[in-house]
Structure formats: structure tokens, C-alpha cells
Design a protein around this ligand. Structure first.
Ligand code: ADP
Ligand code: MG
Length: 347
């Protein structure tokens, strides 16, 4: 439905977007994920036609939108400061966009009723929005954005102002409402939990380009760069050097890993980064053996509900590992990482 091709944009002669391309399919919920200041809101403004790119194209169903003004694009945009009209009721707020479309009164009240049902707030119709909680206001803002049935809905960090508990609740609800609406959505956030909880597809923006895109599972299993792995919080990234190719050996500051059968273009002496995921660690008694076994000192052991998170000091390097059992702070501990779970990024 939407194709964004090679967008570039400079601010004050500094490039912000250096060639951004991605697509949004029918009924698809795409999360655009990037750090604060990476240019996410700028991309949405360009798609909405509120700002021009330096170069690049925005297509809707194959049609170049260059000369189509904002109000003719039929895209909805909802910001973090949702700015409901404070002097209006819930129903009046939702009706606003429909009135702007010039719909008949009957049609408007039918659609307002449907919208209220979709957010399960039928009984709130006549309440002033100022009497709602933050989460309720956010649901009303979403209903207001959905009511005119936009071709595409863009949500810019809509949950950013809410506390963590409320956010977690709303993520599930948002996903259900958005999928039910069948409207394609671009959801912008810098919060990976939000993105993983919502997205059909994740698009990762970093340093002016799309570093990687794919389903949450694809990104989780195969991050394309150390930056993506770190941004998604996938685990420990450790610098190493290739010391031997067959079998592949990589020297880390605290041990030497053996990684047979890793299909990588590496050369001897090459610097690389190694991803050691906490959930793949096998905790062992000291003086035992195992694939890529080494020993470290327990710095902390934190109860996380379903597992213990261990903070380990291995020579000068800190590593996190998951364990089913707690470990004694200050004690020595053996740990091993199975070779087939380790990912190597050449530098
Ligand atoms: P994000 O939404 O990812 O936080 P933005 O798209 O809001 O990022 O902006 C990225 C950067 O671009 C900002 O840090 C700011 O310096 C710059 N920027 C955005 N809009 C303007 C503008 N209208 N004029 C000058 N600089 C801007
Ligand atoms: Mg922004």
C-alpha cells in the first residue's frame, strides 16, 4: 500500500535521513523503531506531506504523492500529546474528524457508536474528556484517529506519556483494536518492548538508514549488526579476535571460544564482536567441562520471577547470564555457552 523510497533529509546541513526505504502492506502493523532523535517523526511528517524530503519518493498504491497535499492523502496522524479538545465530551471528540469530512449527522452518530464499542467505552460517550484517566484519554484519541477510516494511520509514540504498567496493558489492547480496524499502521516508538508487543513487522532506523527490517522473531533470532543486537537488548556483546580458522577460534579477553562450522567470511587476526545471549548460558560447577567453558565471579544474583539474572565478572568483563537457581555473590562459578548459540559479527 505505502512505499517509502530512498528518503533523504538534511537539517542545518547535517544529514538526518540518508536513504530511508520501507513498505507497509494491507492491514499491516509496522513499527518504526529508533532512538530518540533518529528522525522517526520527520519520516512521518514527510509521509503525511507536512514536510518535503530532500530527495526520495512516497508512493500510495503505486502513485507518487509528491503533488498531493496533506488533506487529500487521507492519512491519519496521532501524536504523543494527543490533544483532545478539553471542552468537548468523548463522543464530540470522536465526531470531530467525521464532521470535518462533511458526513451526515446519522452517519456520524453511527460511526461514533462503533468507535466507542471498539475501545469498549460505550458508557463514556457523554463524559468530558478531562474526567478520564491517561489511559482512557489515549484510547479516545485512538478512536478519534480511527473513526474517519484513514487510508493509513500513523501513531507517533502514542504511549510515551504513560507509566509502564498502563503502557503494558494498552499495548495488547492497541494491537487488537488496530488489527480489527484493518487499517495499515505505522507505529513509531523508541521502546523495544512496545515494538515487540505490537508489531507484525519491525523497521529499525539508525544513523539515517533502515538497518534491518523483519518480523519480531526474525530480528530477535538474526540481528544483522551488533548495534541492532544491543538496541534490542539481546545480550552480551564482547570484542574478540579470530586466532584460527579451522576450526574457528575467537579469543575474548577472558577465554578462547571454539566455534566449528560457522559459515562466515573471516580471516585470521580479524577483529569481531561476539553475541552471548544470557538465556543460552549453561551454569556449571567450577572445574567442570563443557563447550566454551570458563569461570567467573558472581557479582549479583537477581530474582526475576521466572529465572535468576546473574551478573558475572570474567576477568575485566561483565556478562549477564540466566540461571534457574540463585548464585552466591562473591563465589566462583563455571559457565559455558554452546557454540551453535553464539553469533559472531565481523568488524
Ligand atoms: P525522533 O522523532 O526520532 O526523535 P525527529 O524526527 O523528531 O526524531 O528529529 C530528529 C532530529 O532532527 C532532531 O534531533 C532535530 O535536531 C532535527 N530536527 C527535526 N526537525 C527539525 C526542524 N524543523 N528544524 C531543524 N532541525 C530539526
Ligand atoms: Mg519523535
Amino acid at each position: 500500500m505505502l512505499e517509502v523510497q530512498n528518503l533523504t533529509k538534511d537539517y542545518e546541513n547535517k544529514p538526518l535521513l540518508k536513504g530511508v526505504s520501507f513498505e507497509v502492506g494491507k492491514g499491516e502493523l509496522v513499527c518504526l523503531l529508533g532512538s530518540s532523535g533518529s528522525g522517526k517523526s520527520t519520516i512521518l511528517r514527510i509521509i503525511a506531506g507536512l514536510e518535503e524530503p530532500k530527495s526520495g519518493t512516497v508512493l500510495w498504491e503505486g502513485r507518487d504523492l509528491r503533488d498531493v497535499p496533506t488533506h487529500k492523502r487521507g492519512f491519519g496522524l496521532m501524536f504523543q500529546d494527543y490533544a483532545l479538545f478539553p471542552h468537548k465530551t468523548v463522543a464530540q471528540n470522536i465526531a470531530f474528524g467525521l464532521q470535518m469530512q462533511g458526513l451526515k449527522e446519522e452517519e456520524i452518530s453511527r460511526r461514533v457508536k462503533e468507535s466507542l464499542e471498539s475501545i469498549r467505552m460505550q458508557s463514556f460517550a457523554d463524559r468530558p474528556v478531562t474526567e478520564l484517566s491517561g489511559g482512557e484519554q489515549q484510547r479516545v484519541a485512538l478512536a478519534r484517529a480511527l473513526a474517519p477510516s484513514p487510508n493509513l494511520l500513523m501513531l507517533d509514540e502514542p504511549l510515551g506519556a504513560l507509566d509502564h504498567t498502563l503502557r503494558t496493558q494498552l499495548i495488547q489492547e492497541l494491537r487488537a483494536i488496530l488489527h480489527q480496524s484493518q487499517i495499515p499502521v505505522i507505529y513509531v516508538t523508541h521502546d523495544r518492548e512496545e515494538a515487540f508487543g505490537l508489531a507484525d513487522r519491525l523497521v529499525i532506523l539508525h544513523d539515517g538508514i533502515i538497518l534491518q527490517q523483519g518480523s519480531p522473531m526474525e530480528l530477535f533470532e538474526q540481528p544483522s549488526t551488533p548495534w541492532v543486537a544491543e538496541f534490542l537488548g539481546l545480550g552480551n556483546l564482547v570484542n574478540g579476535v579470530v586466532t584460527q580458522l579451522k576450526p574457528l577460534q575467537i579469543k575474548l579477553p577472558f577465554t578462547e571460544l571454539t566455534l566449528p562450522g560457522l559459515p562466515l567470511e573471516l580471516s585470521e587476526g580479524q577483529a569481531c564482536q561476539v553475541l552471548l545471549r544470557p538465556e543460552d548460558a549453561l551454569i556449571a560447577p567450577t572445574n567442570s567441562a563443557g563447550e566454551n567453558y570458563f569461570e567467573c565471579i558472581v557479582r549479583d544474583s537477581l530474582f526475576m520471577g521466572e529465572y535468576f539474572q546473574l551478573e558475572l565478572l570474567c576477568s575485566q568483563t561483565t556478562l549477564f547470564a540466566r540461571s534457574e537457581t540463585p548464585a552466591k555473590v562473591g563465589s566462583r562459578l563455571g559457565v559455558s555457552w554452546p557454540a551453535d548459540k553464539i553469533q559472531v559479527f565481523p568488524k
